[in-house]
Design a protein around this ligand. Structure first.
Ligand code: FAD
Ligand code: FES
Length: 326
């Protein structure tokens, strides 16, 4: 048990309880999302107390050095004094510049931040509608490509963020953008490697950034982009990827749909089968897997068993916001 001091209140933790669980149990307002250490929506700062190492896993060194921690991963070992990040310290205000249909239920959001965002293609940010309501989205844009940031967002009709964006938000509306996070991105050290980029649905967003960054940096190895969707309308960058592959000898694009009515040049094998049967031996391949948790977790295991090194598999799981515990 430990005593947490936060927002003028003292809360005693129960056995094995995280900081987030303890504070929410007392109805204290703490922004959060996945509750799994992925989205970084629950960042807090320890003003006093020892921070367990697990509470800083995946944080940028600069944040860890300033005693930031993930409340959903922090099971305190002793008393702590905690605070939320100071207003404006980790979030940049931004203006919506465009919201456009991309295909099926996917929209493209363009945002122009007030100050340029420091990020690498393939990373993600949390977008905040207000102080409490944030959702993580992967960056599909390239730094230096223009001033705006690009996101591909699947619209869930009753979704608090995506539903609002598709139904109510307008160009000119303001949002906050949290610092970029995530370790799935292209580095020049991979220039000679074979790259496998696999996505379901809007998992394609980070890969659209990564593949264009690799080509921009003159990637020498083979690149295979594999995108899976239920129906043809879900292949929302089909034409653009086919044209990119046409223009680059080392780039190959594969599409897989379960219901192929209305599209050409697609495979009907389930995406995981298409990947495993196309590559065969994964030694020497560097893989990026993005999108639905079931597919990403299944493929990570299969690719590893088929010869890939674990440190050559980069995975971004699009975890939904965890429901509140009752
Ligand atoms: C690291 C990371 C990166 C992400 N990148 C993207 C991205 O680039 N593009 C993108 O579209 N999404 C992405 N997501 C998912 C995104 O953060 C939101 O979870 C999603 O947009 C739903 O938010 P919402 O507020 O619209 O819906 P909510 O209000 O959170 O949920 C509304 C309802 O829909 C259900 N629901 C939520 N997600 C799903 C789902 N995937 N399948 C079925 N039901 C669901 C909820 O359980 C709830 O009942 C990412 C998530 C993470 C963690
Ligand atoms: S990282 Fe803590 S809620 Fe997502």
């Amino acid at each position: 048990m430990a005593t947490l001091r936060f927002d003028g209140q003292a809360v005693t933790t129960q056995d094995g309880e995280t900081v987030l669980e303890a504070l929410l149990r007392q109805d204290l307002a703490v922004p959060h999302g996945c509750r799994s250490g992925v989205c970084q929506s629950c960042l807090m700062r320890a003003r006093e107390g020892v921070i367990p190492a697990t509470a800083q896993a995946g944080l940028k060194p600069a944040l860890a050095e300033q005693d930031y921690l993930l409340a959903c991963r922090c099971v305190p070992e002793a008393d702590m004094v905690l605070e939320l990040p100071a207003a404006g310290s980790l979030r940049t205000p931004a203006t919506i510049s465009a919201i456009e249909p991309l295909g099926g239920d996917v929209i493209r959001l363009r945002l122009t931040p007030d100050t340029p965002l420091d990020y690498r293609p393939g990373q993600y940010v949390t977008l905040w509608r207000d102080a409490q309501l944030g959702r993580s989205y992967s960056l599909a844009s390239l730094p230096g490509e223009g001033q705006s940031l690009e996101f591909h967002i699947r619209v869930i009709a009753d979704g608090q963020f995506s539903g609002w964006l598709a139904g109510e938000a307008r160009p000119g509306d303001r949002l906050d953008v949290q610092e970029a996070a995530g370790s799935c991105y292209y580095t020049p050290a991979l220039r000679e490697a074979n790259l496998l980029l696999v996505a379901t649905g809007t998992g394609l967003a980070p890969l659209w950034g990564i593949v264009r960054e690799a080509l921009r940096q003159g990637h020498q190895g083979e690149i295979r982009v594999m995108h899976g969707a239920v129906g043809c309308e879900g292949l929302y960058l089909h034409q653009a990827l086919a044209e990119l592959a046409e223009a680059h000898d080392n780039l190959h694009y594969h599409a897989s749909v379960l219901r192929p009515k209305g599209c050409t040049a697609v495979d009907t094998r389930p995406l995981a089968e298409l990947v495993v049967e196309t590559i065969g031996d994964f030694s020497g391949w560097h893989s990026y897997l993005c999108g639905a948790p079931e597919l990403v977790n299944q493929l990570r295991r299969r690719i590893f068993l088929a010869g890939a090194r674990m440190d050559a598999i980069c995975a971004d799981v699009f975890l939904p916001t965890a429901p509140a515990k009752t």
